[in-house]
Design a protein around this ligand. Structure first.
Ligand SMILES: Nc1ncnc2c1ncn2[C@@H]1O[C@H](COP(=O)(O)OP(=O)(O)OP(=O)(O)O)[C@@H](O)[C@H]1O
Length: 418
């Protein structure tokens, strides 16, 4: 990306996250002691990253996340085609990436930038399509194949005990049906009816559960959209805000994350074979950055969700090798799984005031960090968009004024006057 530098400002640019100067995502500028803007700061996105963004309500957490999304879309086109972004939109606020930020135009121009819309694909559960069309928002459908969910997962989704009569029936029948590649809700219900071992009350209860699952509008026999999510240079925003059940949201995230992980392992193998001279192999899917706001919903500090295992073990812990980057944001670091903090190589922390949250960050304070988290956060004062950044790659900490968004920010607080 090109950006003009204001008179009197050092042209020096600092790079976080590595030292490759060819694949840079522009983040903002250092905050000087007198609160003026200092050198420009960019993130090296050549290699995968695990990024954790924290901040109390209204100080720029989802805004910063969108700055990173925009940054990925602003990479030079020949580089951009090697990467794809997938956004799990829990609040339904990122569809506005497609509109230019006219609200903060002056601020953007002061940074030597210009408001701009971005080319994003918005996916919504099949059952919610109509409500988006009514609002003239152009969206694509997404649904999960019914066969992807195993019996234990259905029990979790229905909040029933796997050793209850209904649970036992579901696990047994789904286990048998999963021998087929795909099946419908009607086929599940037929096999419930035909079952000779379960009692009639359990059968009636299970039938009700699956009829309700059908009405959620998130499952279909073959599944729709999942393979379309990841394309070279694309950004896919999956709006899960209409899914009320957190367990259901987790099931969707788990399925998307798992599919991408396996496809990336294959892509990585193809790449290695190509490097060894085998030109017959096809290229796999590009490297993927996945962004999840309100990430504590999927990776809570206590207990687990249907998405915990794949996000923690396959994306955070093993994601580097297959080329997977994960950006997780939360208002409450104390409410997110501790592994998220310990596995992140870049922590971007906006204002926090809760002692619990600051203590959690303190517990993973790296040895190279001078001072403590509480004091560093206090130094930022209360200006929105300022962040304390801990970069494990360069083993340094910084206070940064994040750049303004070029696209419309959909997460602004509503105001009673306007
Ligand atoms: N880097 C920035 N430059 C300019 N304005 C910013 C910046 N970051 C945040 N803001 C302003 O702060 C407001 C709040 O930011 P944002 O919506 O990201 O908060 P949040 O921490 O995600 O809140 P919530 O937790 O409620 O979603 C934005 O609407 C925007 O006006």
């Amino acid at each position: 990306m090109s950006y003009s530098l204001n008179a009197g400002v050092s042209k020096q640019q600092y790079i976080l996250g590595g030292n490759c100067e060819d694949v840079l995502l522009y983040m903002g500028r250092y905050l000087a002691r007198d609160r003026s803007s200092g050198s420009h700061v960019s993130l090296d996105v050549n290699k995968p990253h695990a990024v954790f963004i924290a901040g109390k309500r209204g100080y720029g957490k989802s805004y910063t996340m969108a700055v990173l999304m925009e940054g990925m879309m602003m990479l030079p086109s020949e580089i951009r085609s090697n990467v794809s972004s997938v956004v799990i939109d829990t609040m339904g606020i990122f569809w506005t990436l497609g509109k230019a930020n006219e609200v903060q135009k002056e601020q953007i121009l002061n940074w030597g930038l210009e408001p701009a819309p971005f080319d994003v694909d918005i996916f919504v559960p099949v059952g919610s399509l109509a409500s988006y069309k009514e609002r003239n928002i152009n969206v694509k459908p997404i649904s999960l194949p019914i066969s992807e969910i195993d019996g234990y997962e259905w029990c979790k989704l229905f909040c029933i005990d796997p050793v209850s009569p209904s649970g036992v029936l579901i696990i047994r029948l789904i286990y048998e049906l999963r021998n087929k590649e795909a099946f419908s809700f009607e086929e599940i219900i037929n096999s419930v009816m035909e079952d000779e071992r379960a009692d009639p009350v359990a059968k009636a209860a299970v039938e009700n559960h699956f009829r309700i699952a059908e009405s959620w509008g998130i499952f279909s026999e073959k599944g729709v959209g999942i393979t379309e999510l990841v394309k070279g240079g694309s950004t896919s925003v999956i709006d899960v805000s209409t899914i009320r059940s957190e367990a259901l949201r987790s099931a969707l995230v788990s399925s998307i994350a798992r599919n991408i992980y396996h496809l990336r392992l294959e892509a990585r193998r193809s790449y290695e074979r190509k490097m060894m001279g085998d030109n017959s192999v096809k290229n796999g899917i590009p490297m993927v950055w996945m962004f999840i706001d309100e990430a504590q919903q999927f990776l809570p500090a206590q207990g687990e969700t249907l998405a915990s295992d794949v996000l923690l073990n396959e994306w955070l812990k093993q994601g580097r090798q297959p080329g997977l980057s994960l950006v997780l944001a939360t208002q409450r670091p104390a409410s997110i799984h501790p592994d998220v903090l310990s596995q992140s190589d870049l922590v971007i922390c906006h204002r926090l005031t809760s002692k619990d949250d600051i203590n959690v960050l303190e517990s993973v304070r790296p040895t190279y960090m001078k001072g403590n988290f509480g004091d560093s956060i206090m130094k930022m004062e209360s200006e929105k968009g300022i962040a304390f950044v801990v970069d494990d790659n360069t083993e340094a900490t910084h206070i940064i004024r994040m750049r303004p968004r070029l696209s419309w920010h959909g997460g602004d607080d509503p105001s009673i006057i306007s």
